[in-house]
Design a protein around this ligand. Structure first.
Ligand code: BJ8
Length: 425
């Protein structure tokens, strides 16, 4: 990495030694998991580049935006509406983290039995290794699961600019009114951070920009229905992960370019894996960068992943926001309508998610579903049992996996997954 990046990281307050160690591990994992894949679409070269520069060029771009008075807002959840952020002349970046870091320090602040995703976010802060977190002018936490909402009380002592959004847990009229009130409050907070008042024009444009990103991913998802699958699940996951970091217009273009290439591959019957490879839908907790463990095991065990029922996947991008409103009020209502459909397991009851998993398994022609729950994640682990029941009642085999970010259980997971894949053949 160039000297320019090193001085940028120093200015952001990163611990350079710890950061070098993290980038070293990340680079090796990327090479072993991603670059070793065969038959990748050429367009993945863009995403390889993004990953190689994820703490370099992209951070420099954010710093350049800040010099023009644009603000950076970081978030841990897909309930934070990017439409409002963009309309207020700010950039949204994802802060969820997919690797263990500084665990001894983390376990001084959080109970050991906290999910890996929350611990990782704390580890990246305590270890001073996340340039996204350090460049954010506002960090948004949200009251979703108990682990997250209680941990934000501690994060508040570490992050000076934490804003906590309340979220409903029930899909009722009352719940929807709460979401509207909280989005109005967030809109005011974003406007006062940037000094920019959201107008009907800026909000409409922002809705269109975010819808375009989602539409490109919908196109990618529908191409994965083909057999042979034209792209690996690992590569499709990477595109879904980069969704949270990249410049929105550039991201949309890059995904559309890959889709053009995939259409040709489908015509030529060229796949990432051979035809009739067992097809898996992955469902459950979000997989933040660089959490590639489970898809790596699945795709080196004789199967291909053809869809992700996850916030880093379909759940996060499924619905578009209606852009037909003429006033800010009408468009804010459309934003609430859109986000209120997100079927995160923190909602109770949550029958839409069960329906959606079945629909998705059918539409992506999955032979089976692997439900991925992070250890200590009550909402998704609780819901994995009804998910398994409903799928098996419909003759869709399901394997429930509970794991974390460590590599210790990889051998055991591989044995279970290989047996599951064998059953699908
Ligand atoms: S909308 S899934 S991004 S809350 S894994 S921290 S649930 S204990 S991440 Fe999520 Fe928003 Fe919901 Fe999506 Fe808690 Fe479970 Fe940990 Fe989780």
């Amino acid at each position: 990495m160039s000297e320019e990046y090193r001085s940028m990281w120093t200015n952001l307050g990163l611990d350079l030694d710890a950061h070098d160690a993290l980038l070293g591990v990340l680079g090796n994992a990327y090479e072993d998991i991603y670059l070793s894949q065969k038959n990748r679409p050429e367009g993945m070269g863009y995403f390889d580049f993004v990953m190689s520069e994820v703490h370099g060029l992209r951070i420099k771009e954010l710093m350049d935006e800040k010099k023009t008075d644009r603000k950076i807002i970081g978030s841990f959840c897909v309930f934070v509406p990017e439409e409002i952020v963009l309309a207020a002349n700010a950039t949204l970046v994802g802060l969820c983290s997919g690797a263990d870091f500084a665990m001894e320090d983390v376990e001084r602040l959080l109970p050991r039995n906290t999910c890996a995703l929350i611990k990782s976010a704390f580890g990246f802060k305590l270890g001073k290794v996340c340039p996204y977190l350090e460049s954010a002018d506002m960090v948004v936490g949200e009251n979703t699961c108990d682990g997250k909402k209680k941990s934000y009380e501690s994060l508040n002592n570490l992050v000076g600019n934490l804003y906590v959004m309340d979220l409903p847990q029930v899909k009722s009229e009352h719940g929807k009114a709460l979401l509207r009130a909280e989005y109005d409050r967030f809109k005011s907070a974003a406007e006062s951070l940037t000094g920019v008042t959201i107008t009907p024009e800026s909000l409409k444009q922002a809705i269109r920009t975010v819808n375009a990103k989602r539409t490109a991913l919908h196109r990618l998802s529908s191409l994965r229905k083909s057999d042979p699958a034209p792209i690996s699940g690992l590569d499709a996951l990477l595109a879904n992960q980069v969704f949270f970091y990249d410049n929105p217009a550039r991201f949309t273009d890059s995904v559309n370019k890959i889709c053009d290439e995939l259409e040709n591959r489908i015509e030529e019957k060229k796949g990432a894996f051979p035809e009739k490879t067992p097809r898996i839908l992955l469902s459950g907790c979000p997989q933040a960068v660089p959490n590639w463990k489970l898809p790596f095991i699945v795709e080196t065990s004789g199967a291909v992943i053809v869809g992700e029922e996850s916030c880093v996947g379909e759940r996060g991008t499924r619905n578009l926001t209606d852009d037909s409103g003429n006033t800010v009020d009408e468009m804010m209502e459309a934003i609430v309508d859109r986000y209120f459909q997100v079927d995160c397991a923190i909602f109770t009851p949550n029958p839409e998610r069960l329906e959606h998993i079945q629909e998705l398994a059918t539409s992506c022609k999955a032979d089976g579903v692997i439900h991925y729950g992070l250890q200590f994640c009550q909402p998704y682990l609780m819901e994995s049992i009804p998910v398994e029941n409903v799928l098996e009642n419909n003759n869709i085999p399901c394997l429930r996996i509970e794991t974390d970010y460590s590599i210790e259980d990889m051998g055991q997971l591989k044995t279970r997954i290989e047996a599951f894949v064998e059953q699908l053949r």
